[in-house]
Write a protein that binds this ligand. Structure first.
Ligand SMILES: C[S@@+](CC[C@H](N)C(=O)[O-])C[C@H]1O[C@@H](n2cnc3c(N)ncnc32)[C@H](O)[C@@H]1O
Length: 321
């Protein structure tokens, strides 16, 4: 059995693979980082704001190394055509169809945006992403697993994988086995999504600055309530009920409980938090409730309007008590 020091010695293959990895990171980041002088409509609200635009352009106009935490759920390939969903909301169309987009175009869309996000997150800060396999051309595509590799190539360090268990199945896949009770007919109903935790690499000093070396007063003010911690929260399967369609006008919001859990575990009060695909503004809303500063970027004006309405209601309610 090799000793610890022998195990830690880099083999020529490992050195070569690391060199290749660093080159891939450099190439990916160089390809996608550029600056932009565009301006975007901004809507200040409470401790934060919503910005309308393509997050790629908006991110390029934001200051570097600004955010302690990013939390988002990106569009899942072509699962939802948001423009048509908005047309449906306005009663201008009955149904929406999937957009035609190639997997490679989609990969590039995400890589460009998460590379631009890398630049605005502080070293040692976290990027937490809710993403799942998707149905694509009649097959399940392991999008979430490819996504981890794409993020590593940008330079994000993989830290944790959490399964968000939704308990309610919206599909009828498991019924196939009831009709055909034989081996080879197992299609479980899909009740889980992934929450991946990535970190922007930092020197030890930077990490200490972000999380460890907060003042005793700040730590006391941000002490977590661990009364529920011995249960499911201490494990990497989180059981959180999804929203039902009547709870939120957006076609795929994540629950406020999920956003609040992520934000309270990875940021302190008044820290700046960003969501680059803000949708109905659940991250902004959770930040407002937890007193974090927040920036949400969203391309569709109708979702921005809806997010602002919900944030205004939250702020009015807080003022009442
Ligand atoms: C999965 S949804 C996010 C839902 C959000 N987490 C919530 O709880 O409401 C993805 C959102 O990204 C938005 N979007 C798509 N492309 C975008 C882009 N290039 N820049 C900013 N937002 C974009 C869509 O309009 C959609 O609202």
């Amino acid at each position: 059995m090799p000793s610890k020091s022998q195990r830690n010695q880099k083999s020529p293959a490992r050195v070569k693979s690391q060199a290749h990895h660093s080159k891939t990171i450099r190439e990916t980041r160089a390809k996608y980082s550029a600056s932009s002088a565009l301006e975007f409509p901004e809507f200040s609200i409470g401790q934060g704001k919503l910005v309308r635009g393509d997050c790629l352009d908006v991110l390029r106009a934001l200051p570097r190394d600004e955010f302690v935490l990013a939390f988002t759920s990106p569009p899942y390939l072509n699962a939802i055509n948001y423009s048509q969903h908005v047309e449906k909301l306005k009663g201008r169309t009955e149904r929406w169809e999937r957009e035609s987009v190639s997997y490679d175009e989609y990969r590039q869309f995400l890589v460009e945006r998460f590379a631009a996000l890398f630049d605005v997150v502080k070293p040692g800060g976290y990027n937490i992403v809710n993403i799942s396999p998707v149905a694509w051309n009649g097959e399940r595509t392991p999008l979430s697993f490819h996504f981890v590799k794409w993020m590593e190539d940008i330079g994000w360090k993989f830290r944790e994988d959490v399964i968000w268990e939704k308990s309610i199945a919206r599909d009828r896949r498991s019924g196939v086995l009831l009709q055909h009770p034989y081996p080879g007919y197992y299609y479980p109903s899909l009740v889980a999504e992934y929450i991946f935790v990535f970190q922007k690499p930092a020197s030890k000093k930077d990490q200490e600055n972000i999380y460890w070396h907060r003042s005793p007063e700040e730590k006391a003010k941000n002490k977590l309530d661990l009364s529920a911690y011995q249960g499911e929260m201490s494990k990497n399967v989180w059981k959180i009920r999804p929203l039902s369609p009547q709870d939120n006008l957006h076609p795929c919001p994540f629950p406020l409980d999920l956003a609040e859990r992520v934000i309270s575990l990875y940021s302190y009060a008044d820290d700046p938090v960003i969501d680059i695909f803000a949708g109905s503004g659940q991250t902004n809303l959770a930040c407002e409730r937890l007193r974090r500063r927040h920036v949400g970027i969203e391309i569709m004006p109708e979702y921005i309007e809806y997010a602002l309405k919900r944030l205004r209601a939250q702020i009015a309610q807080t003022k009442m008590f």
